[in-house]
Write a protein that binds this ligand. Structure first.
Ligand SMILES: [Zn+2]
Length: 87
């Protein structure tokens, strides 16, 4: 029984790492529907407030590491398990 028909880029569970801090899901970011977990307000245009820790040609919802809430200035990490939180 395979039981894993999801694309591998979607999620890779890493034991020992708990995502208990404030995060938003990348799929929500793609759809432009992101609610700030810090203040509860919806971020109107999340793609205008993306943060990436690294060098990228173009900052998009696909490679962003975090999003900054324009209402409370809180930074929320984007969760997708692609390893972008590696140091
Ligand atoms: Zn906020």
């Amino acid at each position: 029984m395979r039981g894993d028909d999801r694309p591998t880029f979607l999620r890779r569970e890493r034991p020992g790492i708990r995502m208990t801090r404030n995060v938003v899901r990348r799929e929500d970011l793609r759809e432009g529907v992101v609610e700030c977990p810090l203040c509860g307000r919806q971020i109107a245009i999340p793609t205008d407030h993306l943060i990436v820790y690294g060098v990228v040609d173009r900052l998009t919802a696909e490679n962003a590491d975090a999003v900054e809430c324009p209402a409370c200035s809180g930074v929320t990490f984007v969760e997708d398990g692609s390893g972008c939180l590696d140091h």
